[in-house]
Ligand binder design. Structure first.
Ligand code: FCB
Length: 393
């Protein structure tokens, strides 16, 4: 069969993502550092130029990273200007290499003082966050094009407050409404604050959206339950914040095929075929990304894929994974969905939260013993597309 070449839009952003705690190393005064220390991680805080050289070598023109609130505001009321200078230098280092920065203001870790005040459960959380946001945006606004206020509010809420995995490790459904409300208020206030400083700023949220489908298409009940699941998992937060987003940031990893059996002990199950899975057992389901994107068309906002990737230590599946997800993105663009960029998770192997350093998500392999790096084969394949904007399929 002759190969068909797919062309992506001219100004498409091609890049990769990281977050501060997962790569920087030696983050102190933070709610994660006692229980889940990331130690030197990838030493990105000191070694960022090396990583940006790699991104450039791989023809990437965009890079998403996050700021460390613990570094910038180590104590209540005390902002550290030196840290902002550090991030400014980093951003300029990206720009010198022709790479656009996309900056996440909060990616899952809190300064200790904020955690001690109850973190996302504190009634004044959105005010603290607004102060922090104003400080960073006033200082960095002239060099940043795209801002994300927060990363995956729903996933964080469930891991930190329902499943008890992330700090503060609670299993308490009763606190969820408050945390959820705080996320919405926090985003809205931050959104307004950023626009107060610069009315042309572009602000979004990185939201983890899954593709939800139904195990038994013939069951009306199964369909209704899957719809309800989809509403709470993917829609509610988006609906409540849609007027406060200049673009949609989408992290796509999951297929949730809902099986409903009212008579069993736990009636709701995710029952995927799992034909292909990553090293973490996450099902690989590129087609789902197309459906997710198609459903977002109605919001009429530009879309960036702010994360998409897999743990694949041997790099056996990554090339195919990237190509197939890009095909689905292209298909959505053909259908009129305004997708403007793809940021693979991740540029480098890094600290995968409670799973530690085991899972390997990087386009670039890290040797944590001596901090040496090796570009994976899949990264070279992705680099060809980043260079030309063309995908053969
Ligand atoms: C996402 C997180 C990111 C990374 C990937 C694998 O949910 O935003 O930090 O851990 O998963």
């Amino acid at each position: 069969m002759p190969k068909e070449t797919k062309k992506f839009p001219k100004d498409f952003l091609w890049g990769s993502s990281v977050s501060s705690y997962q790569v920087e190393g030696n983050v102190k005064n933070c709610d994660w550092s006692e229980k889940f220390p990331a130690r030197t991680a990838c030493n990105y805080y000191l070694n960022y130029e090396h990583y940006f050289d790699l991104a450039k070598e791989l023809n990437q023109n965009a890079h998403r990273f996050s700021l460390s609130w613990s570094r910038i505001q180590p104590e209540e009321g005390k902002f550290d200007r030196k840290q902002i200078e550090h991030y400014r230098k980093m951003i300029l280092a990206l720009r010198e290499r022709g790479i656009s920065p996309m900056v996440t203001i909060w990616h899952w870790t809190l300064p200790l003082w904020m955690a001690e005040k109850g973190g996302w459960q504190n009634s004044k959380f959105s005010e603290y966050f607004e102060q922090y946001t104003r400080f960073v945006v006033e200082e960095l606004d002239d060099v940043v094009d795209l801002w994300l206020t927060t990363n995956e509010p729903m996933i964080y809420t469930s891991l930190a407050y329902i499943l008890g995995k992330f700090p503060p490790q609670k299993n308490n459904l009763l606190v969820v409404p408050k945390v959820f409300y705080n996320f919405i208020e926090t985003h809205k206030k931050a959104y307004k604050a950023i626009h107060d400083i610069n009315k042309n700023a572009k602000v979004g949220i990185a939201q983890n959206l899954s593709f939800v489908d139904v195990f038994d298409e013939n069951s009306v009940l199964n369909k209704a339950v899957a719809n309800a699941f989809n509403f709470f998992r993917n829609r509610l937060f988006l609906e409540l914040t849609k007027n406060y987003q200049d673009f949609l940031g989408i992290n796509y990893y999951f297929h949730d095929r809902i099986k409903f059996d009212p008579f069993s002990f736990s009636p709701l199950k995710i029952k995927n075929d799992d034909k292909e899975v990553s090293d973490l057992g996450w099902e690989i389901y590129p087609e789902g990304l197309y459906y997710v994107l198609r459903d977002l068309k109605k919001y009429n906002l530009p879309i960036y894929i702010t994360e998409n990737g897999l743990a694949d230590k041997e790099d056996k599946k990554r090339t195919k994974f990237i190509m197939e997800h890009l095909q689905q993105i292209h298909r959505a663009i053909q259908d009129g969905v305004d997708v403007r960029g793809y940021l693979h998770w991740s540029l480098i192997d890094n600290f995968e939260w409670v799973d530690g350093f085991g899972p390997r998500f990087g386009l670039v392999e890290m040797n944590y013993k001596d901090m040496s790096t090796k570009i994976r084969k899949s990264a070279r394949e992705y680099a060809k597309i980043c260079k030309t904007g063309l995908l053969d399929s």
